[in-house]
Design a binder for this molecule. Structure first.
Ligand code: ACO
Length: 278
């Protein structure tokens, strides 16, 4: 059953261990108002450690994923109130993107339509991203006279080559979902009517894997980007050893299933989590 946040800016439901979370301002193309940012943080926090949630998918109601920051409620109205209001609104937005970047469960952006500017924050926060072929991605900031802030320039520089990031940020032209996949902004682009099916398939693969190892893995990939090789090696040893303190049995059970039982091959798929529980 779909539930909504108190002011209705976020909708969510949990089905078969997948939390489907939606930007829910379709009339405003799901642009991010302070209310939405506050409610989104509350919703994702409420889902993060629920036993019945294994993967979170972030998508949008209607024709948009998110048309970026709300030019009226996020920018203009806060500017009129004063710097304190602008800073508060920034903190509200950035805090849920940050929460999502380090989310306890794997996260998938399912980009169903428009994705602009500030939308690149949560896009990057999600571990994986799948888009409709006809979705539209744009750093439109330059088209209305600002730089791609709120992390958007960083996202472009992280995910795109230098030349492509420059072109994307300076030209204000959109990419289709298909181009976004070619450029590396998303993992794959699919026909719109196949998008949910594919995302569900990917989520189910993740649900069948060791959850402790997944959290350690997604954090490792984000953290090592900013480390030297030596620091990364050291971090990864410690991260695995820390993960062992949360799950001391998983890898031993997997080794048993491969070496002794010969019931699976790690090169071809995940070990059977249910045997471990039994
Ligand atoms: N901020 C505030 N209101 C918005 C935003 C936004 N980012 N995006 C859409 N809306 C509102 C429109 O003002 C309109 O409101 P109204 O019905 O009260 O007039 C409603 O949403 C529908 O928008 P339309 O423009 O009529 O929708 P359409 O489907 O024709 O176009 C599109 C969609 C292309 C996404 C267009 O709305 C648009 O260009 N939006 C702005 C995209 C953008 O540049 N976002 C900011 C990026 S920069 C940043 O995030 C920091």
């Amino acid at each position: 059953m779909t539930e909504t946040s108190p002011k209705g800016t976020v909708a969510y439901e949990v089905v078969d261990r997948i939390a489907w979370v939606k930007f829910n301002r379709p009339d405003k193309r799901n642009c991010m108002s302070p209310t939405l940012n506050q409610e989104m943080l509350e919703v994702i926090e409420s889902l993060e450690f629920r036993e019945d949630v294994g993967v979170l998918v972030l998508t949008g109601e209607g024709t948009a994923w998110s048309a970026g920051m709300d030019l009226k409620e996020y920018f203009r109205e806060n500017e009129q109130k004063g710097l304190w209001a602008t800073r508060k609104a920034q903190r509200q937005a950035y805090s849920w993107w940050e929460r999502l970047r380090w989310y306890h469960k794997p996260t998938i952006a399912m980009v169903n339509g428009w994705c602009f500017g500030g939308g690149y924050g949560p896009l990057f926060s999600c571990d994986l991203a799948f888009a409709a072929e006809d979705a539209q991605f744009g750093l439109s900031e330059i088209n209305w006279g600002i730089l791609p802030g709120g992390g958007a320039s960083k996202v472009a520089a992280e995910l795109l080559s230098f030349r492509k990031a420059m072109y994307h940020a300076m030209m204000g032209e959109n990419l289709t979902g298909t181009q976004a996949a070619e450029w590396g902004l998303v993992n794959e682009a699919l026909p719109g009517d196949k998008l949910k099916e594919r995302v569900t398939e990917v989520a189910n693969v993740l649900l069948a894997k060791n959850a402790v190892a997944l959290k350690a893995t997604k954090d490792a990939v984000r953290r090592v980007r900013e480390m030297t090789y030596d620091n990364a090696e050291d971090y990864l040893i410690r991260a695995q050893e820390a993960a062992n303190s949360f799950d001391a049995h998983g890898r031993k059970e997997a080794t048993r299933q491969f070496i002794d039982e010969k019931s699976f091959k790690p090169g071809l798929g995940a070990y059977d989590l249910n045997k471990q529980k039994a």
